[in-house]
Design a binder for this molecule. Structure first.
Ligand SMILES: C[S@@+](CC[C@H](N)C(=O)[O-])C[C@H]1O[C@@H](n2cnc3c(N)ncnc32)[C@H](O)[C@@H]1O
Length: 228
């Protein structure tokens, strides 16, 4: 069956992606990461939670030597496989599994991850569900990163204000990373976030603001954490 595709233009690259309702579509945060990825020439890269494969494709186009892209969704991996094919990407290897399971004892120059961060009681939707406080996967990605980065290797990871930007900053510090901010952005609540706004406003670390039209907006910071 022919699938619908969309075309994205990022950093001068034109990328075609298959659209599938069960796979996370490139979002505002995905694009912020893609636009701000540092130099990747010859690097061995892990894209943890690849979804459509978009960040692995960009990493390859930006010169990565090899990219391992993982996900716990088989549907995401089969869609990513098609996306690699239609974009003629040959140095990305897809692996199934949770967090660092698929890479066991491997060590990378760079780990890129855009973890699911929607804070909610129930999976909503599953591919972006970050547990009750939104940090279920995010914190585990940071905690596991040290073991899977070479010395001076870098973790590129965003945090949205709905799950506590300060919490990420302090956890990275506790884990002995040197932390830089690569980018900042903000975006309006989408339909799904509006539905759970009352729940979000009760979360201790959640923060949001209203724009000039009175619409609620979340912030996002893109962190670069360098392993000592
Ligand atoms: C927010 S989406 C990001 C997708 C893509 N990297 C992007 O930026 O557009 C998060 C992805 O992580 C995957 N995921 C969720 N829990 C995971 C886990 N424990 N281990 C690996 N991947 C996970 C989801 O299936 C989803 O594809």
């Amino acid at each position: 069956m022919l699938k619908k595709t969309r075309t994205l233009s990022i950093r001068g690259f034109t990328i075609k992606l298959i659209v599938d309702s069960k796979v996370y579509p490139p979002s505002y945060t995905t694009k912020l990461i893609a636009e701000n990825l540092p130099d990747l020439k010859n690097l061995y890269v892990l894209d943890l939670g690849t979804g459509s494969g978009i960040l692995a494709i960009i990493a390859s186009k930006l010169g990565a030597r090899k990219v391992i892209a993982t996900d716990i969704s088989r549907k995401a991996l089969s869609t990513a496989a098609r996306n690699l094919e239609i974009n003629n990407i040959e140095n990305v290897e897809l692996r199934y599994g949770s967090l660092y399971e698929p890479v066991e004892d491997e060590v990378f120059d760079m780990i890129i991850s855009n973890p699911p961060m929607t804070p909610s009681i129930r999976p909503f939707p599953k591919y972006t569900w970050g547990g009750a406080d939104g940090r279920m996967i995010l914190d585990q990605v940071m905690i596991g990163a040290r073991k899977h980065l070479r010395k001076h290797g870098r973790l590129i990871i965003p945090t949205i204000s709905l799950v506590g930007i300060e919490k990420t900053w302090s956890l990275l510090g506790k884990l002995n990373f040197k932390v830089n901010v690569l980018a900042y952005g903000w975006n309006r609540f989408g339909r799904r976030l509006l539905e759970i706004k009352d729940y979000i406003s009760k979360l201790e670390h959640a923060d949001y603001f209203y724009d000039c039209l009175g619409k609620p907006c979340w912030r996002v910071i893109l962190f670069e954490a360098i392993r000592s």
